[in-house]
Write a protein that binds this ligand. Structure first.
Ligand code: P70
Length: 463
């Protein structure tokens, strides 16, 4: 008997579920009340009032049985924990850096790095800002300058490597400031604020070729570098037959130092590190970490956290894992594209980004259309997302003026190994519902604005 051949073979997650965490459904009347109480800020909702939590992929990952067993192997010695050495070995094996300083999370590493490397009046070029990274650069007296390619600022542009540095812009910034005023070039792969977009290997190599002769180091934000390596494997000529692990190591090899939020790629709930090939920087960082984080062999973490991280790193670079992880994001994104919903293209590594300006052309950016869109999605279905637009961009530290970025987005972020395809269907249908109601939507005005990283705690009411 002849069966019709399927047009494609489906993929499935390379894991099965051993333990479940019940989640609570609420009514839309409940959610309207919760939203008012939270000042129209999804960060201020209580987790128990959220049905599907797509606020972030940070620390929200499901650990494997091996990682959980690793927790039982915690060596909670104040100094010289066995788990610290396991972590160091994993970072060196998979990321390639020689020296390791653990920190409690990514911003702990950013803080130490910025304090050591940046002096007042310095300029730090980079492929688009990230909120915490730029704030630490500014607090250390530096100024961040965006040198990402123009395509990255256009949500509809389908460039395969929107995380690339514009080499002409980089050269110009170096010439203007003078290499002596550039402590390092700040590279992220993938680029969170551009929509989880990758940088190509070729581009990083070219950045290296510009920086190295002038003695300018490259600092990588390696938070989602495994996802970046997967995109290189999928999109860059010459990499199709290489393993993600191999690509990751080559990518890192063009950089001198990295900061890491292990709460993302490395599949843990807490942790981070600073890793470097520079012995002098290592010694300074190892000394400074004892002031702000904890002893240099635990950096604010428990021994068990470091063990889970060491194990998570090894799992994170498996091709099967990363294909399914990004495959799930693509599944959701393709659903939305099929329905004509405006999202950032290409679909990113860790999230689908809704283009709030295209949803709500009638809401001026000064009334925070992306913030409003995140609220409408929550009220519709209990799905929690995050604003990544004017509220996140904050104010210019020199002029005090609000920054209005081109990208006014809502990030629908997928935690790793947590939700099923059925959850993704529910999310897609909710976004469609909100899209269909778009003409009735109203903007917001800010009623409370904190000084630092205002998006976390700001409060709003309808404009
Ligand atoms: C997110 C989280 C954290 C992050 C990152 C990149 C590319 C560094 C860090 C800091 C959490 C977050 C942080 C600020 C605003 C909103 C959300 N990103 N570099 O959800 O790491 O959080 O461990 O200190 O994405 O994207 P950490």
């Amino acid at each position: 008997m002849a069966y019709p051949k399927p047009s494609r073979r489906s993929w499935a997650e390379p894991w099965k579920i051993k333990m479940v965490e019940p989640i609570r459904m609420t009514t839309s009347a409940d959610r309207e009340k919760f939203m008012v109480e939270a000042g129209y800020n999804t960060f201020l909702l209580r987790s128990e009032d959220v049905y599907i939590d797509l606020l972030t992929d940070s620390g929200t990952n499901a650990m494997s049985d091996r990682q959980w067993s690793g927790l039982m192997l915690g060596d909670e010695a104040y100094a010289g924990s066995r788990n610290f050495y396991n972590l160091w070995e994993a970072v060196t094996r998979y990321y390639g850096y020689k020296y390791l300083v653990p920190t409690h999370q990514g911003r702990g590493a950013e803080h130490i790095l910025s304090k050591i490397m940046i002096h007042a009046g310095d300029t730090i070029p980079g492929n688009m800002y990230f909120t915490t990274t730029r704030l630490h650069q500014e607090l250390a007296g530096g100024t961040f300058v965006d040198v990402i390619i123009d395509e990255a600022h256009d949500p509809a542009n389908a460039h395969p490597f929107k995380g690339n540095v514009d080499l002409a812009k980089l050269r110009h910034v170096i010439d203007e400031a003078g290499p002596g005023k550039i402590p390092y070039v700040s590279i992220a792969g993938t680029v969170n604020m551009a929509g989880g977009q990758p940088q190509s290997m070729e581009n990083l190599r070219a950045v290296r070729a510009i920086c190295q002769p002038q003695g300018i180091p490259i600092v990588l934000d390696a938070t989602r570098a495994v996802e970046n390596a997967y995109f290189i494997q999928q999109r860059e000529p010459g990499y199709q037959s290489k393993k993600v692990a191999e690509i990751l190591k080559e990518y890192c090899s063009y950089t001198d130092t990295c900061t890491m939020s292990a709460k993302k790629d490395a599949l843990v709930n807490i942790g981070g590190w600073l890793a470097t090939n520079e012995q002098g920087l290592f010694e300074e960082a190892r000394n400074m970490v004892v002031v702000y984080e904890g002893l240099h062999t635990y950096g604010g973490l428990a021994g068990r956290d470091m063990e889970a991280m060491a194990c998570g790193i090894a799992e994170s670079v498996q091709d099967d894992h990363i294909r399914a992880r990004i495959g799930q994001v693509e599944y959701l994104g393709n659903h939305l594209l099929d329905w004509g919903i405006p999202i950032v293209q290409p679909i990113g590594g860790h999230a689908v980004f809704l283009d709030a300006k295209a949803f709500y052309p009638h809401i001026p950016q000064s009334q925070y259309p992306a913030q409003a869109l995140a609220c409408y999605v929550y009220i519709d279905s209990g799905v929690r997302t995050m604003e990544r637009g004017a509220v996140s961009a904050g104010r210019d530290p020199k002029t005090g003026e609000e920054r209005f970025p081109n990208l006014e987005l809502v990030r629908v972020t997928i935690p790793r190994r947590v939700y099923t395809q059925a959850h993704m269907d529910v999310v897609a249908e909710s976004v469609l519902e909100v899209f269909e109601q778009r003409e009735q939507a109203r903007g917001l005005k800010m009623t409370y604005e904190p000084k630092y990283l205002r998006f976390f705690q700001a409060r709003f009411e309808p404009a």
